[in-house]
Design a protein around this ligand. Structure first.
Ligand code: IMP
Ligand code: MG
Length: 171
């Protein structure tokens, strides 16, 4: 498929540094658990965690959302859960992209029910086009109005994840 570059490697790196600096300040004296949502967030997660200057822990969740290749249906379930104890802990969810918001809303409620000390959301991209559930993104990398994005972990049918930049697919 044809694609066009949207966010360069340098722009991603710079923004990741800024987010990491903010998180390091906000959580000074704490040791937050970063929970990455597999698989799309892994490069963002790895880059972010290494730029944060305070101690953190890592864990992962894999969420499966029924629907077509480009649209989630809102029926979400976890195919892999966290392994670290999170009760009473400050948790930051690290997501690649928020689109309808259905996936994150589900995960957020699910983790909150387990009695975390606090829960914030860090998403590389906030895609405003199709928001159905209001989710507040505490740390947002880039706001994008529309389009289907690939690269830097983001896929279309498991393709393009390996690209170091972010592209928009052309229809
Ligand atoms: P939501 O539940 O509609 O917010 O969808 C969130 C999930 O759908 C993300 O975690 C991605 O895995 C996937 N997704 C949504 N938009 C895109 C996109 O533009 N490119 C790649 N994946 C996307
Ligand atoms: Mg995802």
């Amino acid at each position: 498929m044809e694609k066009e570059i949207l966010i360069s490697k340098a722009a991603i790196q710079e923004r990741v540094r800024e987010l990491a600096a903010q998180i390091s300040l906000d959580y000074a004296g704490k040791e937050p658990i970063l929970i990455g949502i597999l698989k799309g967030s892994i490069f963002f997660f790895a880059d972010l965690m290494r730029e944060i200057s305070i101690p953190t822990k890592m864990d992962f969740i894999r969420a499966y959302s029924y629907g077509s290749n480009m649209h989630s249906s809102g029926s979400v379930h976890l195919t892999k859960d966290v392994e670290l104890p999170i009760q009473g802990k400050p948790v930051i969810i690290v997501e690649d992209i928020v689109d309808s918001g259905l996936t994150l809303a589900y995960i957020k409620e699910n983790l909150e029910r387990r009695g975390v000390e606090s829960l914030r959301i860090c998403s590389l991209i906030d895609k405003l086009e199709r928001r159905e559930r209001e989710v507040s993104i505490d740390y947002c990398g880039f706001q994008v109005k529309e389009g289907f994005l690939v690269g830097y972990g983001l896929d279309y049918n498991e393709e393009y994840r390996y690209l170091p930049e972010i592209y928009v697919l052309k229809k």
